[in-house]
Design a protein around this ligand. Sequence first.
Ligand code: GLA
Length: 381
Amino acid sequence: MKEMLREEFRAVFGREPAVIARAPGRIEFIGNHTDYNGGTVLGASIDRDVWVAVAARDDGQWRFATAAKDGVVTVPAVSLPVRQSGEGSWVNYPLGVIAAFPAFGLKAPAGFDFLAVSDLPVGAGLSSSAALELASALAFLELSDQAAPRETVVKLCRQAENNFVGVPCGILDQGVSGFGQKDHLVFIDCRGPVFATVPLPAAACFWIFNTHTKHALVDGFYAARHRECMEAAALLGVTVLAEVPPAALEAAQAKLPPVVFRRAKHVVEEIARVDATAAALRAGDLAAVGRLLTASHRSSQHLFENSTPELDFLVDQLAAVPSVHGARLTGGGFGGAVMALTTPEFGDSQAAAVVAAYAVRFGNRPEVLRTQTGDGAALVD
Ligand code: GLA
């Protein structure tokens, strides 16, 4: 990827890049919509990345290009960048990072040329947007001779997403891309936030089945779930749902409209499942981990209602395969991908059987990715 990035940079801007950074996509392992509710979550950074190359310019312009789209987007280098719309709206991720710098005591970089390339599928629930933010942030800091602790980088990237892009996401995506480690999961207690890593047993294998479906209103649905969770917290008299143990929620059911109760039940039980998963991982019990993953999906399906028929079908198929420990939708939901945790016996022929059944039912084929864990965001020499 690095050579490809350099070559493309030369082709677009006619010179060498000065700084290169990469940041991985992530699998949401378990902890669905727990992050902005102050809960816990486990994620894995994967071995697929967004790569960013930059070089300074002295004419007060930021020029953005990506291998995924034709053309260069030019924006004046000012301390308060303006949100872009239409074809160029992808630059809101790096621009949002710059817009967040002052709040963390950092200065916006002066003019630059910027190129992003990626081997991370977009729209698969693997968080290519957070990876773009993290890689951009590391590149901008280095280019402008500034340094920031990793936790600050993660927080400012989340702020870019919340305040500039306009998605009320939690810290999961940025936290995992920033703190990921090969052969480990990232455990986040989102109330701190506090970041830790948990070793992953060597026999654990990940498969991603990307349906390439994305609900047209996915951002609106995400925001609606966020609102319902905040409503539940307010009606229960707590700041975040993580303060409510599952039994206390059951006792308070009468205080909540039925839909809001279902959303809250998903969140508080999911937090309990995250903690049970961390314990099962420590005990090396992947079968128990798998059962918790599939239970998480069922809760998304029936309580949080952020699944789709395509995702449910994949989970049903996968859960019936003996070499699959468990499967669940990964990420915000309303389309995207299912991840399966498998034994090493699960291979191409098992994956092909799932794809074939899906093709009969839906008339198209999900994309299959066999992924591994990979290291978190970093500058590249
Ligand atoms: C998206 C958001 C995350 C998290 C998940 C759901 O990936 O960006 O912050 O809320 O959805 O768990």
